[in-house]
Design a protein. Sequence first.
Length: 176
Amino acid sequence: MRGHKAPEGAAAGAWYLARLKPGALETARAHLARQGFESFMPMQAVTRRRAGRLTEAKRPLFPGYLFVRAPKAAPRWQAINATRGVAALVSVGSDGPTPVPAAIVSGLRAETGRDGLLNPAAAFGAGERVRVISGAFAETLARIEALGEGDRIFVIIDMMGRAVRTALTARDLERA
């Protein structure tokens, strides 16, 4: 899910970062939407090993935090801070909650698909150390050998003392 949409009129505002209570992402999203606030949480696809099996899951890009858009006219910070699941809006200084630069949120939204998953551009370079986050090589460190056509990235993985070359996508990698 890309983000919960607010009713018309609330969309023209600044984005803030809300710190969430543990395990309360969906609760906070639902209650913020009911109050007319738009929220956004970019997600990342990851593969984890559990009991010897590989499982696919979505993981928040920023665990414990949620972007919330408040109307410019009347930000209603108290209403956001009092929402179930929200611990508090992030503040830098004593002037109240600090807006997140619009370019950061719009950049993240542009790279997020309809499924809510971040689709990172191949912003990796040859020789860079990366961590594989999904697929059969999940949780393995690798080195980028070359960038291929489209979203293909060729990496070298050390497997039991041998260098193994494989092709992955940018979505499968994160910087180590």
